[in-house]
Design a protein around this ligand. Structure first.
Ligand code: AMP
Length: 439
């Protein structure tokens, strides 16, 4: 029988290997009661964070995982990425009596099947773009030729943020739908979603949920496209800022009443006990806010952007969510500052790119600057090298967005690896005085 230690909160495990997991660890280590944070598997920057240690074990090796968690007397497990959540890692760990922050596979379906999420929204009357579900070229042809253009084309399943296309012409729409149905994303594209294209600024809202109650994190705005001026392919996210001034208190209360609460009520109605973060990707259209997508985990890079604003109490709130006992009015914020994040990526991302380039850092963390590693590792010579499409998340806080982003771009000038690429216009919506030429 497994015996867990719940009376104290000292030893934490975070599953994942990106900037998101490193920023969670960084926010959690600030709390004095925390003794050890183990990241499974972590990356080249994780062990630079106080109290952190990488554990290079495969979470799919269930026996080894449980043995390790027991021997380390783990009090709380935070599952970062969507894939282990969708595969039921939360269900498994809960069945072994661990406290887990992250939904079971039933709740993760909100992200792992876009068509399931759309039907969920329809059932609960949650505002979202009109949609059509197709699974053959004939069906897609029928929809594309009869419904108004433009349409957005989406692979139903998980595709690392790369399965969404906004074609410019009907011909291109047909071509992309066909490619997805023919296997561009493997099983993730067995069903294709064709969606009405809606318009408006996008924001990300995060609700920390305990199964019944929720508490909101500051809102954030991501930058999905690879190129400046929001052009080019969709990526996992090229930068973010938080909080979003475009959202007034009254708009937020509309979002709570029309979107967040109906979502949680529908989960409860379906007997899905959702303990983790529920991400709402929203578009503020002229007809009001609409859901673009749900995620079952923290957004990356929004998480890196928001974590430096968190109070030392943050980890206790995650624990309360896992244990199902939020009271709903906990304090989260430590500062009135704003935060901005710019991603340094590998040349070629989100398509093909090379890795293995040594990274030169001529800048150290300081109070309002964090360099979270997103895709790095350490080579045999002990050098930190690029090891992913998104390599580093440069996060800075300031009294206003101009000062936060000026600092982030200043830091970036002192970081280098072969093929480094970053957008120079992150935060353009909230920066008053900037031009690309200065960066
Ligand atoms: P998703 O992965 O579903 O969030 O989609 C990625 C990005 O595609 C979103 O952040 C939007 O910018 C865009 N997008 C997705 N669905 C729509 C839609 N129905 N209308 C307009 N843009 C969309």
């Amino acid at each position: 029988m497994t015996k867990q230690v719940y009376e104290k909160l000292e030893n934490i495990v975070i599953i994942g290997n990106g900037g998101r997991e490193n920023s969670l660890a960084w926010a959690i280590q600030k709390n004095n009661q925390i003794k050890n944070i183990y990241i499974i598997p972590g990356n080249g920057g994780s062990e630079k964070i106080k109290k952190c240690q990488n554990l290079n074990i495969d979470y799919e090796n269930k026996n080894l995982l449980i043995q390790t968690l027991n021997s380390l007397e783990i009090n709380l497990i935070i599952i970062g990425p969507e894939i282990p959540l969708a595969k039921g890692l939360g269900d498994f760990l809960r069945s072994k009596n661990f406290q887990v922050f992250g939904p079971n596979s039933d709740g993760a379906k909100l992200e792992s099947s876009k068509s399931w999420a759309k039907s969920f929204m329809k059932e609960a009357n949650i505002p979202t773009a009109k949609f059509w579900k197709v699974s053959s070229i004939e069906e897609s042809e029928k929809i594309i030729s009869t419904v108004p253009f433009p349409l957005v084309v989406k692979a139903d399943g998980l595709a690392s943020g790369k399965g969404v296309f906004i074609p410019e012409t009907k011909e291109e729409t047909r071509k992309i739908a066909k490619e997805i149905i023919n296997g561009k994303f493997g099983d993730s594209g067995k069903i294709v979603l064709l969606e009405e294209k809606i318009e408006g600024p996008e924001i990300s809202i995060f609700a920390l949920c305990d199964g019944k109650k929720y508490i909101l994190l500051p809102s954030a705005q991501d930058h999905k496209r690879i190129e400046e001026n929001d052009k080019g392919l969709n990526t996992g996210g090229m930068g973010a800022y938080s909080p979003t001034p475009i959202l007034s208190k009254s708009e937020l209360s509309v979002i709570c009443n029309e979107i967040i609460e109906p979502t949680i009520d529908e989960l409860i109605k379906r007997k899905i006990e959702y303990k983790g973060v529920l991400y709402f990707g929203l578009m503020i259209t002229k007809f009001g806010p609409k859901v673009i997508e749900y995620n079952c985990r923290f957004g990356d890079p929004e998480c890196q952007t928001i974590m430096p604003l968190m109070d030392i109490n943050f980890v206790n709130i995650l624990y309360k969510c896992a244990a199902g006992n939020l009271n709903g009015n906990e304090e989260l914020l430590s500062s009135s500052k704003v935060s901005g994040c710019v991603i340094a990526a590998s040349k070629g991302y989100p398509e093909n790119y090379d890795v293995g380039f040594p990274i030169n850092f001529n800048y150290n963390d300081s109070e309002n600057v964090q360099i979270f590693h997103s895709g790095t590792s350490i080579n045999k010579e002990g050098e930190i090298i690029s090891d992913g499409g998104r390599v580093l998340s440069i996060v800075c806080q300031g009294e206003d967005f101009d000062s936060a982003f000026n600092m982030a771009y200043k830091v970036l000038k002192n970081i280098n690896f072969e093929g480094i690429y970053y957008r120079r216009d992150i935060g353009h919506q909230v920066r008053k005085n900037y031009s690309f030429g200065d960066i």
